[in-house]
Design a protein around this ligand. Structure first.
Ligand SMILES: Cc1cc2nc3c(=O)[nH]c(=O)nc-3n(C[C@H](O)[C@H](O)[C@H](O)COP(=O)(O)OP(=O)(O)OC[C@H]3O[C@@H](n4cnc5c(N)ncnc54)[C@H](O)[C@@H]3O)c2cc1C
Length: 434
């Protein structure tokens, strides 16, 4: 703890996601630090369950919690809802959209990533990403409204387009979303419509590579593809999107796929704030920090989470997943506490050289494929099917923040499981029909 004479260091954290929140929690009630956490939203979002909001299984409050509420007991942490618009590493200031200028002794940039279009940003307006609650609600609104419009139209071609969902990207997000869409339409909604035949609704998953879930074992990728097939999802491997236009995709074989709902789950790009750091970034805008997570040339500025691209001290690649972000947030907090301790010792002038280096602990990966099936890979151990699905449920419940959220998600899932009847189906503000 700080002695009475010590002025607390100003730690500014940008982003209340997995990395930023963990850092704030680990510095909580330590009087060596005055922490300010800035986020453009007022909530911490559990992104791994976003696809369930998009497919009407969960409601938005089930997977988000007020950051202010989470940190209410952390007396040295001030939470402000402000969107950061600029960072000056030299002046050690950050500017918010509110106009306020925040000074820092230490900066932790943990502002995450956004949907990336491989340089084709014009595709954004004709497709939907899945990164925020607003995105998830937008997808749900679109899918449900399209079905309502399909029930009304007499035009066969229009009905077909309204009843096609194209998902681009066969990674975990695309696979989970495709499986959940198929479950929603072919199981839950099948008896709800009178004019349209919901079994005719097409969910098409488009992937450039020969396999979906590329980072899993090949037999797990094959399992996922077969399983999606049973759910009625058309998986198209080795298919590249050449253009995204309104209501249609142009593909590399020269064909056009008409789909009123197009979800882009094929890539991410780092938050553009990384540009302000004045260091080199990769093609997706991600920063490669030093092994202590500070950025080159600025020992007091740290980066964490999805906006990094790095290998750890054992040369293991650090993936863009929630456990990696959490571990980075934790590492920075531990490092700062150690640094303050060293300042009061004879090692003070070597504090930067003595910093601990980041080590990533791989907790494994898992993806759900509709009801009752998942794939899981932890080290060399793999598991597919029902028990992997049960493990997925338990782990996701465990990591949801807040007792209320855990309970309501659990009850919601149990209800939907038994009745095949997701509840979050109300369309608020339907999109304007053309
Ligand atoms: C659909 C989906 C499914 C996923 N599934 C899994 C999964 O199953 N397992 C897994 O481990 N990982 C999964 N991930 C990845 C995981 O969610 C991310 O790796 C993790 O959220 C990264 O944490 P972060 O702290 O870097 O960023 P985030 O959690 O994205 O947090 C960034 C925060 O910064 C805030 N912010 C952004 N810009 C600004 C600004 N200018 N000013 C102020 N605040 C700002 C945002 O509001 C946000 O709160 C999934 C991601 C998605 C999108």
């Amino acid at each position: 703890m700080a002695s009475k004479q010590t002025v607390p260091r100003k730690v500014l954290i940008i982003g209340g996601g997995f990395a930023g929140l963990e850092c704030a929690r680990k510095l909580a009630n330590n009087d060596s630090f005055a922490v300010t956490l800035l986020d453009r939203t007022n909530h911490h979002l559990f992104q791994p369950l976003l696809y369930q909001v998009a497919t009407a299984s969960l409601a938005a409050p089930d997977i988000a919690r007020s950051i202010r509420q989470i940190l209410s007991d952390a007396k040295n942490v001030t939470v402000l809802m402000d969107e950061v618009t600029g960072i000056s590493p030299v002046e050690k200031t950050v500017t918010g959209k509110s106009g306020e200028v925040f000074r820092f002794d230490y900066l932790v940039l943990a502002a995450g990533a956004k949907t990336g279009f491989f340089g084709n940003d014009q595709w954004e307006k004709n497709s939907m990403g899945l990164k925020s609650l607003a995105d998830a609600q937008g997808i749900r609104r679109k899918i449900l409204s399209n079905l309502e419009r399909a029930e009304l139209t007499k035009d066969y071609a229009e009905r077909e387009r309204l009843m096609t969902i194209a998902i681009v990207g066969g990674g975990p997000t695309g696979v989970e979303l495709a499986g959940a869409c198929a479950d929603l339409i072919h199981r839950s909604l099948k008896s709800n419509f009178r004019r349209i035949d919901t079994s005719k609704l097409r969910v098409i998953l488009i992937e450039n590579s020969p396999k979906i879930l590329e980072h899993y074992d090949p037999e797990q990728s094959d399992y996922a593809k077969t399983r999606l097939g049973h759910l009625g999802v058309e998986v198209r491997n080795e298919t590249r999107v050449m253009d995204v236009q309104k209501g249609k995709l142009l593909l590399n074989d020269g064909s056009t796929l008409e789909a009123e709902a197009i979800v882009w789950a094929a890539g991410i790009a780092a938050n553009p704030l990384t540009k302000d750091l004045g260091v080199e970034t990769d093609r997706s805008g991600r920063v490669t920090p030093n092994l202590d997570l500070s950025i080159p040339g600025h020992p007091d500025i740290f980066v964490a989470g999805d906006l990094t691209n790095m290998r750890d001290r054992n040369d293991s690649f650090v993936p863009g997943v929630a456990p990696a972000a959490t571990q980075m947030g934790n590492h920075i907090a531990m490092l700062l506490k150690e640094e303050v301790r060293l300042e009061a010792t004879r090692f003070a002038d070597r504090k930067h050289q003595l910093r601990p280096l980041f080590k990533y602990t791989d907790k494994g990966m898992m993806a759900i494929i509709g009801k009752n099936a998942a794939v899981m890979k932890v080290g060399n151990i793999t598991m597919n099917g029902f028990f992997a699905w049960i493990a997925w449920l338990l782990i996701h419940i465990l990591f949801l923040i807040g007792f209320r959220n855990k309970l309501s998600v659990l009850l919601g899932w149990a209800y939907s499981y038994i009745h095949n009847n997701p509840e979050a189906r109300i369309i608020v503000n339907p999109p304007q029909t053309p």
